[in-house]
Structure formats: structure tokens, C-alpha cells
Design a binder for this molecule. Structure first.
Ligand code: DGY
Length: 324
């Protein structure tokens, strides 16, 4: 094959750029902005391989113009931004970045859980605004975490990593998911139906991929089953929650609060959310550590090299890709 062309839709951390094989021709923007539809189309039309991100919508029409394309390495574990059946039909391999971001995402889930329960952001804002009068027995009272019940929806790699961290807080862990999983020694994770997890959890954390079965999995009915003191934490995908129903539940205080890293229409965050004090909001930082983002990039490069060299891609998500 001629020198392969690699199109990178976003600026990646420097160590990843330095690891790109020297014989690749690189097409990439020099500034960090989301590619326009035209930029995406031009990149896909020329590329043998693409590294794209969760904010790039890769649909059938874009793929129809990508006549040289052999592999899309999605720089994320979730790949709901890609029309995978369309890629499969065109013989394009799609890969993702599992495992390497499990700990970073589980850590951030805990940062959110602790932050919303102990009102960290409200406290920080108050100090910076000035006017803190000093310690008081009734100031910014939050909720205990230790000994409470943590509910996990989706007990895959990240769900389990979040559950493991709960041992340090002596929490009871209940979960719902397609399969039962083995609990670590000395603790028991209890598999339950969704409604039971919703009703019993003091903290409810979402770890499912976004697909047709999980779109709006948490809506008005599900929020209505939660305790009025419970907190909802989401580091999965925004559209797993019906955002309007969540806003209504937060405004009427039918749940205690929410801590969100992801939104249905990123980068749009509903104003109704930003004006509420019982929510903590982050700008999709789940995997955002330097080490993790480098590992994610290296996995993308490993998958691309495999496909271009005719070897199986280690993290292929679409099976049955017809040979071209
Ligand atoms: C993923 O990989 O799906 C994460 O959301 C990226 O931070």
C-alpha cells in the first residue's frame, strides 16, 4: 500500500502525536476545535484510517464518501457517535478504547458523588464570593456517605470499579445489569431488578452504554421511584437520562441532587440545570487525566496499525466486517 493517510479529527496529547508511525501521512487540524461538517467530509474522503472523538457524528452519508477508509479508531470507550452498522456494511472496522479509562472514570464518579453529597462546589463558590462568616453548626449541611447504599446501573468494567471503591466507605452495593458479577472477597454486591435499585439507593450511579435500550432509561417514572434524599450521578452518556424529567425532579426536590459529567446535547447544558444549587456539573471529564488520554491514543494507534498491516484489531467493536 502507498503511504497510509491518517485523519485525526481533534488535537491529541503530544505523546500520542509523537507515537504516530513516521510513514503515515497525517491530516489534522492544528487548533483544537470540533471539525466542521466540511472538514470531516474532506478528512474522511482522503483517509485510510481515522481517529475521531465522541463528539464527531459519523453517519452513513459521511461513510459513503470514505472510499479508502479501512478503520475508525474512536478515541473513547463509548461509540454511540458512530453508525456502526453502516461502517460494517462498508467494510470499515470500528475500534474503541476499553479498560484504560476505567479507573479514571470510576475516580471521577467518586469525585462527583463526594462533591454533591458534601456540597463542595457550593462551599467553594461561597468562599470565593466572600462573605463567609466563619464556622456554624448549620452551614451547608450535606449527607453522610459511609454506610449508605450505592446503586449501580450497568455493572461492566466501570460500574465494578466504582463498586470496588465503595468498600472504603463501608457501603452496601446493589446493582442491576444484564449479568450477575462476582463480588470481591469480604463484600457482597447484590443483583436486583432496576426498580428495586432505584427505590433503595442513597446514591445511584449510571454506567451503561447509550443505545436504543438505554436511551432515557432514567425518566420521570424512574426518578419518581427514588428516595427524596437520593443523589443521581451520571458519567455515562447524557441521553441515558431524560434531562427534562431530571430538571423537574431537581426543581421539585423529589430527589436530593444530581452530579453530572455528561449531557444529552453536548456541549449544550440546559440553563435550568446551571441555575440549580443541588447539582454539580462537569464538562465531560470522565477520562480526562493525561496518563489516561495518552493510553487511549496509543490504543487507537495500535488498532490502526493492526488493520493497516492486515492483522486483527485488538479492540474491534463490529464483527462480521466483509473483506474488501
Ligand atoms: C468514553 O470514552 O466514552 C468517555 O466518555 C470519554 O471520556
Amino acid at each position: 500500500m502507498d503511504r497510509p493517510t491518517l485523519y485525526i479529527t481533534r488535537l491529541l496529547p503530544q505523546p500520542v502525536l509523537e507515537a504516530i508511525p513516521k510513514d503515515y501521512r497525517i491530516l489534522a487540524g492544528t487548533t483544537d476545535h470540533s471539525p466542521t461538517a466540511d472538514e470531516l467530509r474532506r478528512g474522511f474522503a482522503e483517509a485510510d484510517a481515522v481517529i475521531c472523538t465522541l463528539s464527531d457524528a459519523i453517519d452513513a452519508s459521511l461513510l459513503s464518501e470514505a472510499t479508502r477508509l479501512k478503520v475508525i479508531a474512536n478515541y473513547a470507550v463509548g461509540y454511540n457517535n458512530i453508525d456502526v452498522p453502516a461502517a460494517t456494511q462498508r467494510g470499515v472496522i470500528v475500534t474503541n478504547t476499553p479498560d484504560v479509562l476505567t479507573d479514571a472514570t470510576a475516580d471521577l464518579t467518586w469525585a462527583l458523588l463526594l462533591g454533591v453529597a458534601r456540597r463542595l462546589v457550593e462551599g467553594d463558590r461561597w468562599l470565593r464570593r466572600g462573605g463567609w462568616p466563619g464556622w456554624s453548626p448549620t452551614q451547608l449541611l450535606g449527607a453522610d456517605i459511609s454506610g449508605k447504599t450505592l446503586g449501580i446501573i450497568g455493572m461492566g468494567r466501570i460500574g465494578q470499579a466504582v463498586a470496588k471503591r465503595a468498600s472504603g466507605f463501608q457501603m452496601r452495593v446493589i446493582y442491576t445489569g444484564r449479568h450477575t458479577v462476582a463480588s470481591p472477597p469480604d463484600v457482597t454486591w447484590v443483583h436486583q431488578p432496576l426498580d428495586a435499585v432505584l427505590a433503595q439507593s442513597d446514591f445511584l450511579s449510571l454506567h451503561v452504554p447509550l443505545n436504543t435500550a438505554t436511551h432515557h432509561l432514567i425518566g420521570a417514572r424512574e426518578l419518581g421511584l427514588m428516595k427524596p434524599t437520593a443523589f443521581l450521578i451520571n458519567t455515562s452518556r447524557g441521553a441515558v437520562i431524560d434531562e427534562s424529567a431530571l430538571i423537574a425532579a431537581l426543581e421539585t426536590k423529589s430527589i436530593g441532587g444530581a452530579a453530572l459529567d455528561v449531557y444529552a446535547q453536548e456541549p449544550h447544558v440546559p440553563t435550568a440545570l446551571t441555575s440549580l444549587s443541588n447539582v454539580v456539573l462537569l464538562p465531560h471529564l470522565g477520562s480526562a487525566t493525561l496518563e489516561t488520554r495518552v493510553r487511549m491514543g496509543l490504543i487507537c494507534l495500535r488498532n490502526i496499525a493492526a488493520v493497516l498491516e492486515g492483522r486483527p484489531a485488538p479492540n474491534q467493536v463490529n464483527r462480521g466486517v466483509p473483506q474488501r
